[in-house]
Design a protein around this ligand. Structure first.
Ligand code: FAD
Length: 470
């Protein structure tokens, strides 16, 4: 049946010849009636997108197939509204258009840009990525011309009315508000950078890194103030990428981290290698001491005060202590949130309202190893979830999100750190039995130029050898 689906586009006559992968069968002759039954089965089990079903209906114009195609397209939504136009939202819009020529797609973005590469922002500060335009994956105009997707930038969705199936869209330039109807709503509002209410949090010279305007502001501040000293608060992925780039720009860098290690998801003994490496490169690591507040000096610099009584002087401070899922819209609309504070969705990315889907940093998803709900603010899962939501919306089930294993990789001043699955501390916390092995082998044969050590910690199940984490 699956092979028949792949062959559908090759149907040439009522006795169609269909090529199937050599490993299966060489060449098979199907009668048209067999193909019709197979394709009806596929369409009824929703394996075929509406667009293929339409093509099929034209190829095999029987009444039964026409009825089936009509049913599929009647079930498809007419209007899809997407909130948030970056990773998850933009992927969802593009995939929806690939699946249907007919659906009306409107994408609302609060900020000034859609579909930009926020992962590249730290590298744009240092101009390692020299042209800002490289960060703009697709503009609103491209979305219109490539995908016929209506994009409304600088427009915030402020409320959802679930009974009437409308959202309130506020144009942030004019203040004008409009009710926009939807058949299906997709929420991809992302996560906001944490800014706890500690003294001095709003001082000039203190930045978070989330948007293109944030990146421009940091760059301009460093240039204008001729900044020499930077303090990065928080030693996670974004914090370390900022250190990498500020160091590259020639600033003296300090990391202030509340935990006794940077890169909190990794096990401490593996991160120790990175601690040595960063210190060797001249970065000061102030670990195990949280920030208590910020003060401005007479010269305009900032003093970062810690709970442990230390004071670190800085010309620029980057606050990268984590993110919080943007759930206000969902919460106000009465959608269920999970224990971790993200929007609760099923494996088809549906919220507790079957007309509303949610994807990306705002949702809680299952961790494949621990089976616990977790928040994984990474672009890979957000993009995938956006595409899966589009599949499910267009009836292309069984497209499912299987969960996350949190695969991540980061380069810090010449050292690369990567991880996937669970760490030892996580396995201990959830009580999953494991064994571990460390290897320190070369990445390729030592006699060949350029060989270097790769330090690996592998965690696996003692009963069946299943890999639990690296
Ligand atoms: P976002 O991409 O954040 O998009 C959400 C959008 O929704 C925002 O633009 C916001 O303005 C808009 N919005 C919110 N509410 C509304 C509303 N009510 N109305 C209209 N619009 C709204 N991930 C990786 O995998 N690898 C990396 O190397 C990496 N580096 C990163 C570096 C930085 C500096 C940052 C900030 C993030 C990085 N990430 C990285 C994380 C990755 O960017 C996110 O996981 C991903 O973008 C999440 O996608 P999303 O669609 O959920 O949210």
């Amino acid at each position: 049946v699956i092979h028949a689906a792949h062959a559908v586009s090759r149907i040439s006559s009522r006795n169609a010849r269909v090529r199937i992968p050599r490993s299966q069968v060489h060449t098979v002759t199907f009668r048209a009636s067999v193909l019709q039954s197979a394709s009806m089965l596929l369409a009824s089990s929703r394996l075929l997108p509406a667009v293929t079903t339409d093509r099929l209906a034209r190829s095999l114009p029987t009444r039964a197939v026409r009825r089936m195609a009509a049913r599929a397209s009647a079930a498809a939504p007419k209007k899809v509204v997407i909130v948030g136009g970056v990773a998850g939202g933009a992927s969802c819009a593009a995939r929806l258009r690939r699946l249907s020529e007919d659906v009306e797609i409107t994408l609302f973005e609060r900020g000034p840009y859609v579909s930009f590469a926020n992962c590249g922002l730290p590298y744009a500060v240092s101009e390692v990525i020299a042209e800002e335009s490289k960060l703009l994956v697709a503009s609103a105009a491209k979305f219109k011309s490539w995908f016929n997707v209506e994009v409304k930038e600088a427009t915030e969705i402020t409320t959802i009315n679930r009974e009437q199936k409308t959202v309130t869209a506020k144009n942030l330039s004019t203040g004008e508000e409009k009710q926009v109807p939807y058949d299906v709503l997709v929420l991809s509002p992302g996560a906001a950078a944490l800014k706890p209410p500690i003294p001095g949090i709003h001082l000039p010279g203190l930045f978070t890194m989330k948007t293109i305007p944030d990146m421009r502001a940091v760059k301009a501040w460093i240039k204008e103030k001729k900044a020499k000293k930077a303090v990065v608060v928080g030693g996670g992925f974004i914090g370390l990428e900022m250190v990498e780039n500020l160091h590259h720009m020639g600033l003296d860098c300090k990391v202030v981290e509340m935990l006794p290690q940077v890169m909190p998801p990794l096990d401490p003994e593996m991160v120790e290698l990175l601690h040595h490496h960063m210190r060797d490169k001249g970065v000061e690591l102030c670990l195990g001491d949280g920030v208590a507040g910020f003060e401005q000096t007479d010269s305009g610099s900032i003093v970062v005060k810690t709970a442990g009584g230390k004071a670190h002087d800085a010309d620029v401070v980057i606050l990268s202590i984590g993110v919080r899922p943007e759930t206000k819209l969902a919460k106000d609309a009465g959608l269920e949130l999970g224990k971790r504070g993200g929007i609760r969705v099923d494996d088809g990315m549906r919220t507790t309202d079957s007309s509303i889907f949610a994807v990306g940093d705002a949702v809680e998803v299952k961790d494949l190893v621990t089976n616990e709900y977790t928040l994984i603010p990474l672009a890979g899962p957000a993009n995938r979830q956006g595409r899966i939501a589009a599949d499910v919306i267009m009836g292309k089930e069984p497209s499912k999100f299987r969960g996350v294993q949190g695969t991540a990789v980061v380069g810090v001043m010449g050292m690369t750190l990567a991880s996937t699955g669970a760490s030892e501390k996580t396995l201990k916390r959830v009580g999953i039995p494991y064994q571990k092995v460390y290897t320190h082998a070369n990445n390729h044969a030592g006699y060949y130029p350029g060989a270097g050590a790769v330090d690996i910690k592998l965690l696996f199940s003692p009963t069946d050898g299943k890999i639990l984490g690296i």
